[in-house]
Write a protein that binds this ligand. Structure first.
Ligand code: ATP
Ligand code: MG
Ligand code: MG
Ligand code: MG
Length: 471
């Protein structure tokens, strides 16, 4: 099943059951507590908190999500991306657990046609009601597992709603990992759908552990998220989220540039192919939603993704610009479903080209410096790279700290991150004292992006406000 059909199947299923179809919110949320949108429920937060009342009691959406927390997993696990689409159904004080469970089961098994005996369920350790509902629908006890706070409990704000979750995982078979269910191996038993039951009011206390439950909510609510990328991988019988039809054309572009095919699991270069492919999509979507490279905040996340992708492309031997081509294939492939990509194609092309040009200028020198530092550390039997090296790499060569850490890790070393932070702090203080708020590198880049924005055609230019605010 193609991804376009997976999407429409999902929204048709829920609209025909009384859910209002709500368009995705932007990746840059209207929420000061959140850097980037990371779940379908983000845009509905005021409803769940009771701050405003929706015009409908049931909704469905396909939300663009970004999760940099998963950046290191890209290319390591088969199932994590830094950008993905989350399909969800929501009840605002309308239906609760029983219907949420029944909808999920019917859609997965009868509509998408997943084999029942490959589906595993997790419930929160105290949630007998959820277990009972899954049993009643036909899931055998042996495929239901109970998990604790860390995995299967959700909360938002203090005081705010909280409640148990229940998740559906799909068994991809012994080739993917160990036997024993989702509690044992997340690569073999891939989590696809999270059902959150907002049931209680929580009080003051530690987010992950000890907080008092103040009682049941008057209006119990449902928030669910089904990962499109993961479901597509299963329905298209491909092992990895980078080889579904959502990303395959981009993978092909990267392969063409590298002049070779992405190798199989555990082989040299596989991770690099996947990093370049996957990050290109995140980069395109972030720029389309108005994020521009910067030295902090969202702009830093974008820069980090771009620079990581560029470095991995060079590791593959790609010595020509990779991001403009890879993001162009993302736009061609997904611009029909996400028109903001097509609308911002010129900006995406130019920002990626400018960033790649500027980073390429220093990448080789920086890599040489890094290699020498790694060799020195090995010689002196040290297990960590000096904070000074990481700082020089960031300050002079534009290496995001995380990139240095990642490269060091590949060589079996850590980085003195505390020392790095201290040096950065020191530099900031000096700069403030001298009235010089920016390094020359940052200044040069700011001018590049200003110039870029000034020469762009007048499209619906979502990025401009951001450019001003962030440079
Ligand atoms: P995991 O445990 O695999 O990291 P999660 O528990 O963090 O996933 P949720 O926060 O429950 O994920 O999000 C709901 C759904 O969104 C997941 O069940 C999954 O299908 C999808 N999803 C979450 N993170 C990613 C990701 N990094 N890439 C692709 N899909 C994801
Ligand atoms: Mg996760
Ligand atoms: Mg999980
Ligand atoms: Mg989850």
């Amino acid at each position: 099943m193609r991804s376009t059909q997976i999407r429409s199947t999902f929204t048709d299923f829920f609209t025909s059951r009384g859910h209002q179809l709500v368009p995705s919110g932007p990746l840059v949320p209207d929420d000061p507590t959140l850097l980037l949108t990371n779940a379908g429920m983000n845009q509905f937060k005021p409803y769940f908190l009771g701050e405003s009342t929706p015009a409908f009691s049931r909704a469905t959406s396909i939300q663009k999500c970004a999760r940099t927390i998963d950046i290191d997993n890209v290319g390591r696990t088969n199932r994590h991306a830094t950008f993905f689409e989350m399909m969800g159904n929501f009840s605002f004080g309308d239906y609760f657990k029983e219907d949420a469970v029944a909808f999920a089961w019917e859609l997965l098994t009868e509509v998408y046609g997943l084999e029942k005996d490959k589906l595993w369920i997790t419930v929160y350790e105290d949630d007998d009601e959820a277990e009972h509902l899954w049993r009643r629908i036909g899931v055998p006890a042996g495929r239901i597992q109970r998990l604790g706070m860390e995995d299967n409990y959700w909360s938002m704000g203090v005081p705010g709603p909280c409640g148990p979750c229940s998740e559906v995982s799909y068994d991809r078979g012994p080739a993917f990992g160990k036997e024993g269910g989702p509690a044992v191996d997340g690569e073999r038993y891939v989590e696809i759908w999270n059902l959150v039951f907002m049931q209680y009011q929580r009080g003051e206390g530690d987010k992950k552990g000890d907080f008092p439950v103040l009682g049941e909510l008057a209006g119990k609510s449902i928030d669910t998220g089904l990962g499109l990328d993961r479901l597509a991988a299963i329905l298209q019988d491909t092992p990895n989220v980078c080889t579904t039809d959502l990303l395959l054309p981009t993978m092909h572009t990267v392969q063409d540039l590298a002049g070779r095919a992405c190798p199989g699991q555990d082989e040299e270069g596989k991770q690099s192919f996947q990093v370049v492919t996957e990050h290109a999509r995140s980069v395109a979507f972030l720029i389309a939603d108005g994020v521009l490279p910067a030295k902090d905040g969202r702009g830093y996340i974008l820069r980090r993704l771009m620079r990581r992708a560029i470095r991995h492309a060079r590791l593959l031997g790609i010595d020509v610009p990779v991001l403009p081509a890879a993001t162009a294939s993302v736009i061609t492939n997904l611009g029909g479903v996400w028109p903001e990509l097509s609308a911002q194609a010129a900006l995406i092309g130019q920002v990626t080209a400018a960033e790649e040009e500027s980073f390429t200028r220093t990448l080789t020198q920086g890599t040489r410096l890094l290699d020498a530092a790694v060799a020195r550390a090995r010689e002196s039997r040290s297990s960590a790279l000096p904070g000074e090296t990481a700082f020089e790499l960031a300050d002079t060569y534009g290496f995001p700290l995380e990139l240095t850490v990642e490269t060091a890790r590949e060589a079996g070393l850590t980085v003195e991150e505390d020392r790095f932070a201290a040096l950065l702090e020191e530099q900031k203080r000096r700069a403030q004292a001298g009235g010089k708020a920016r390094t020359t590198e940052a200044l040069r880049q700011r001018d590049t992006y200003r110039e870029l924005a000034a020469h762009l055609p007048r499209t619906e230019f979502l990025g401009y406000g951001h450019l001003r605010a962030e440079t």
